[in-house]
Design a binder for this molecule. Sequence first.
Ligand SMILES: Cc1ncc(COP(=O)(O)O)c(C=O)c1O
Length: 500
Amino acid sequence: MDFMISLDNRSPVPLHRQLYEEIRKSILTGRLTAGASLPSTRTLALSLGVSRSTVTQSYDQLISEGYLQTYVGSGTKVSEHLPDDLLQVAPPKTHKLRAEARKTPSPKLSRYGESLADAAPFEPTEPRMPIHFKYGIPALDEFPMDIWRRLLLRHCRADRSRLLDYAETAQGEPGLRAAIVGYLGRSRATRCTADQVIIVNGSQQAIDLVTKVLVDRGDRVALENPGYLGARRSFLAQGARLEPVPVDEQGIIVERLPARSSSQAKLIYVTPSHQFPTGAVLCLPRRLELIAWAADAGAMIVEDDYDSEFRYSSRPIPALQGLDENENVIYAGTFSKILFPSLRVGYLVVPPPLVRIFVRARWLSDRQTPTLEQRVLADFINEGYLERHLRRMRTLYDRRRQTLSRSLKQHFGDRVTILGENAGMHLMARLETGRTDEEVLRRAREAGVGIISARIYYLTDARAGEFVFGYANVSERKIQEGVRRLAKALKKTCLNPENE
Ligand SMILES: Cc1ncc(COP(=O)(O)O)c(C=O)c1O
């Protein structure tokens, strides 16, 4: 393939960045078309006279933004169908920004700002569907709003100066931190005191703080592949070098981590309770291996326990935080999935030596989480409402999950493999349809059904035909109807794509 790429050694823009720009431009202008194969990193490095790591870095960035895909055994290719938002929304904005930057030297973005300007859009542009298997949304209709309202009113009558003034500490309300310690001890076997808990605005802020405090530009961060985009975006924005680690039905494959002695990874980010998106639950032996690896490699583990509360067929496995003896685990939890996402309350549990630094970073970020919500939540936990709500939701989600699993098997038979259904609020289905993922999504959309392709969650070695189905906020009737519509929309193609 003739690339016609020219790199400028004298430019202040790093070579990997220039190469990234050139390839991206070629894709956006259609010089490189969907499905086109790219040269191997070695070949391109040789032909451009640059190091192989320069090419690898540019490829990694383009892969993580969805422009390129790697496939087992067939190298790196331009993504078959670029998501519309990459083609329509981001490029004009980015070009405009860059054009303006060229005209006027200021405002000159920081490297952090630059990486955000270049990133693919964060917010989904998916239209709402009549039946939407959106992941990560709890059953919103079931939230006990009457209880919440009563607790809110109770606290609104409290001393105004303490309620409305800045909080005394950015760490969070002591009452809520104590309630969280009690709750975690009962449900997750963590070992910590309230002094180690820092209240944050959701686990995304937790990940962002961890990144700022622990990761420097160029640092290596290991993460699950496929894995959670919110974490990947944070690490990339900070300029981290990502080290994808494959996942199987038992979670992250610890033995595929770089050798302990040679690893320079500073951080490893994992979702052990319900791997995102495959749903695998990390088994106990691997948890212990991971902890040993981190101790030897001198790396911190970030344990994102986003929907650990929902387990259906086995007892919970203790959190890494409780198993670790070396103060190497930072635990992140959230109320987005057990209560509601717009609450924006989550928490970090950090090893004692790091607390002071994290609280300062928390202060710099946005001072505090609103006091009123923290106090209401503390009562909600202490008065037993949280665990009651959880019990109800576990039963409800279990029914919904079984209905989804049954419907998928009924309509797709041996053309579906279901993964990760024993925990959480979503499952992943491998569908054999004989069509591209984009075609499946388009047909689903036309039938009024929203599902998500798992491809975007892969950093490398993406698999086709994997889809994420969130079920917690979808009624059983809608689940059945959604799967029926999906199967109908794909049926002819599954049986005989030629005869449509
Ligand atoms: C794996 C994972 N971690 C973290 C989050 C972020 O949750 P929060 O709303 O607490 O920021 C999500 C959201 O869906 C998630 O899937």
